[in-house]
Design a protein. Structure first.
Ligand SMILES: *[C@@H]1O[C@H](CO)[C@@H](O)[C@H](O)[C@H]1NC(C)=O
Ligand SMILES: *[C@@H]1O[C@H](CO)[C@@H](O)[C@H](O)[C@H]1NC(C)=O
Ligand SMILES: *[C@@H]1O[C@H](CO)[C@@H](O)[C@H](O)[C@H]1NC(C)=O
Ligand SMILES: *[C@@H]1O[C@H](CO)[C@@H](O)[C@H](O)[C@H]1NC(C)=O
Ligand SMILES: *[C@@H]1O[C@H](CO)[C@@H](O)[C@H](O)[C@H]1NC(C)=O
Ligand SMILES: *[C@@H]1O[C@H](CO)[C@@H](O)[C@H](O)[C@H]1NC(C)=O
Ligand SMILES: *[C@@H]1O[C@H](CO)[C@@H](O)[C@H](O)[C@H]1NC(C)=O
Ligand SMILES: *[C@@H]1O[C@H](CO)[C@@H](O)[C@H](O)[C@H]1NC(C)=O
Ligand SMILES: *[C@@H]1O[C@H](CO)[C@@H](O)[C@H](O)[C@H]1NC(C)=O
Ligand SMILES: *[C@@H]1O[C@H](CO)[C@@H](O)[C@H](O)[C@H]1NC(C)=O
Ligand SMILES: *[C@@H]1O[C@H](CO)[C@@H](O)[C@H](O)[C@H]1NC(C)=O
Length: 574
């Protein structure tokens, strides 16, 4: 026992000690508030106010408070009523400044294992190092823009393409970056017919976010599992191909929570330099052509982007292809290199033997294509080259003087489809929708060396990556990573017009929706598309397939298998 004489002295020292060492740390939390509310942190049941820096961003709330002995929670306080919304869990005490935490998320970073590298990147690929796609984290993006203009954009038809300037703030665990004059526009074609919209973001000419200037925020709205694009881009990378990479972000627009999105890179400069020359500013790129299936104009001419040869260069410019990026210093609308390449395909040797293989390799990075085709089948691209002559790029690589195949847009994969699943996962690639109808694949499959390579790829990729034993671990970890955000996202109000949902619920499709769709695509659908599955697809857009059911399957919809169900079925190839 401390004697009465010593006690005051002891207490005195204690007071001095706490004054000299206030033991206060900084708490940081991301959360969107209206000016009706403020943010605070409650440390061991005592509330301390947090504030934001008006000149920086309104979504990051910061303040000093003591180190907790039991724990802490963030809370939102209604300024007029003092009613609080407290996080329903206790955060463990920390003794250093917090990272940028997120309101009502129980974690900041998770450990997620990556897929194995099955093939090293093809020789032509030299991808820049970038922090854009952070494993195990979900950064936040806040767009501040004129709300009236944004409302107009959200209500626009596919014929218009409004653009709105914004200030974009990007926040990771330890960084806050701001970009003025970040241009927002709606992204995609069919994705505009969904209730949740996807966006393009273009930064100012000199601005870069993790080395990229143009990005897409993907709504993931056709995928109730939310993980298809992540997995598909991951497998593309593990197969030694180049495309965008993928990760998740939380997105806010002004005072509204837009939800959980995917972020990908747009295939426009500096993407080519970043992918083929480690970001070299002096890189001289060739043409980048995009296959877009068809437009109303090309449909009228009977042209799709299947890489058939036309003896008439104007036939390439009907809209089925797009010059995504022009060659350095060259004119924009030039289809000559593409025409020459399709002429090569048309006349290329189909006999087996070294000479044939050499002739092909002189013009084309054949591995970039065969690997991509193997993935179309294994991952079930319902909107790729085989099924729809859609969603790919051909890059004229000037350094190697060959074309390079780039797969893109991987939302309709792993059994999310407009085609009959039984044809897609029969285990026999000959039954795959569209197989045997695309000139480039047909020609190459006639060369026995390429056919062997393709079949070898199917086998090796199945053994080494596209099977439940390898994939389910990451599938489970990604599912866990986004679980709380999916719960948040799925109850948020949407800003889009939901043309797809209108079609799915109406007896006959409303004319305004059909007009919008036909103005984009023309009135011919691919001959092998299954109308029953297509109708089922429209119907399920409005139906809430639960997250875990969408991951595991079966879902009860013909147009949607579970992700794991797909992997299981497609890899039980005899
Ligand atoms: C802010 O207020 C608007 C209008 O009342 C509301 O729609 C919105 O959801 C609120 N945002 C937040 C983050 O509370
Ligand atoms: C905080 O308050 C709760 C409920 O009012 C109480 O159960 C808990 O014991 C308090 N904790 C501390 C550390 O005072
Ligand atoms: C804040 O409290 C006031 C007074 O009770 C109430 O009228 C208002 O709706 C509350 N605001 C929000 C956004 O909940
Ligand atoms: C809310 O709290 C503040 C500060 O403690 C106080 O001044 C105010 O009267 C409270 N308002 C209500 C409606 O309780
Ligand atoms: C926190 O998130 C859960 C769902 O994950 C939700 O039920 C709850 O209402 C949220 N609480 C607050 C205070 O936002
Ligand atoms: C959306 O656009 C349609 C016509 O395109 C118009 O009739 C409607 O009023 C608009 N709605 C809003 C909320 O702007
Ligand atoms: C933030 O953390 C990452 C790794 O987690 C690190 O590479 C980066 O340098 C950090 N940035 C700052 C500003 O501390
Ligand atoms: C060439 O193609 C264009 C566009 O498809 C078409 O309008 C034109 O009639 C074609 N010309 C010839 C000579 O076939
Ligand atoms: C695969 O399907 C094609 C076309 O239906 C058929 O001709 C072929 O015999 C099938 N191959 C096997 C191994 O079943
Ligand atoms: C598949 O794997 C085998 C054994 O490792 C290898 O010999 C073969 O070259 C591979 N084939 C392809 C197309 O990668
Ligand atoms: C696919 O999986 C389902 C169960 O989810 C099963 O009923 C069906 O027979 C499987 N099909 C194939 C081709 O493996």
């Amino acid at each position: 026992m401390i004697s009465a004489k010593v006690l005051p002295l002891f207490l005195g020292l204690f007071v001095v000690a706490t004054q000299a060492q206030p033991n206060k740390i900084e708490y940081n939390v991301i959360g969107l508030l209206n000016d009706t509310h403020t943010m605070a942190v409650m440390v061991d049941n005592v509330t301390y106010p947090l504030s934001f820096d008006q000149d920086r961003t309104q979504i990051l709330h910061t303040g000093k408070a003591p180190v907790a002995s039991h724990g802490y929670q963030y809370l939102k306080i209604n300024k007029t009523s003092n009613v609080t919304e407290v996080e329903p869990f206790l955060r463990q005490p920390i003794d250093k400044d917090s990272v940028n935490e997120f309101f009502n998320r129980t974690w900041n970073k998770q450990s997620v294992s990556e897929f194995p590298i099955v093939y090293e990147p093809l020789k032509a690929i030299h991808r820049v190092k970038s922090d854009l796609h952070r494993e195990g984290e979900i950064p936040t993006i806040h767009l501040v823009a004129n709300q009236v203009d944004m409302d107009k954009m959200h209500n626009s038809s596919s014929l218009e393409d409004p653009k709105v300037m914004s200030k974009m703030t990007y926040i990771t665990l330890n960084e806050t970056l701001s970009f003025n004059e970040a241009e927002i526009s709606l992204s995609g074609r069919s994705s505009r017919w969904m209730p949740k919209l996807s966006y393009n973001i273009k930064l100012k000419k000199k601005d870069r976010l993790a080395k990229f200037r143009r990005l897409k925020l993907r709504a993931l709205d056709t995928d109730p599992s939310y993980i298809r694009e992540q997995l598909a881009y991951d497998v593309v990378k593990s197969t030694g191909l180049i495309s965008s990479e993928f990760s998740f972000v939380r997105v806010f627009l002004n005072n509204q929570e837009l939800g959980l999105f995917g972020i990908i890179e747009t295939f426009k400069n500096p993407w080519l330099a970043n992918s083929f020359a480690k970001g070299d500013k002096k890189y001289k790129n060739g043409y980048l052509y995009q296959g877009k299936f068809q437009t109303a104009a090309s449909s009228a001419m009977g042209h799709i982007s299947d890489l058939s040869y036309h003896d008439n260069i104007t036939a390439y410019a009907d809209g089925q292809y797009k010059v995504k990026v022009e060659a350095d210093g060259e004119e924009k609308e030039n289809y000559k290199p593409l025409m020459e390449f399709t002429k090569f395909i048309d006349t290329a040797p189909t006999t087996s033997g070294e000479d044939s293989v050499k002739a092909w390799k002189k013009k084309f990075d054949t591995d970039s294509f065969l690997r991509s085709m193997a993935l179309e089948f294994l991952l079930g691209y319902a909107d790729g080259y085989t099924t729809m002559a859609d969603n790919y790029y051909l890059y004229q690589n000037l350094e190697t003087d060959t074309f390079f195949y780039i797969p893109s847009d991987m939302d309709l994969t792993f059994g999310s489809t407009m085609f009959k699943l039984d044809d897609m996962w029969s285990g026999n690639y000959s039954t795959y929708p569209g197989m045997g109808t695309r000139p480039l694949m047909n020609k190459m499959m006639q060369v026995s060396e390429f056919k062997q390579t393709y079949e070898g790829l199917l086998l090796n990729l199945t053994q080494q990556i596209v099977n439940p034993k390898v994939m389910n671990r990451r599938i489970d970890q990604i599912t866990q990573l986004i679980e709380q955000d999916v719960a948040w996202d799925s109850q948020l109000p949407r800003v889009g017009k939901d043309i797809m949902g209108e079609m799915g619920s109406a007896e006959s499709a409303p004319t305004s929706s059909m007009e919008d769709i036909m103005s984009q695509l023309g009135n011919t659908l691919p001959p092998n598309m299954d109308m029953n599955v297509m109708a089922d697809f429209a119907k399920r857009i409005g139906a809430n397939v639960p997250f875990q059911v969408a991951v595991d399957g079966p879902t009860g919809f013909q147009s949607l298998s579970g992700v794991k169900e797909w992997v299981q079925n497609q890899t039980s190839i005899p």
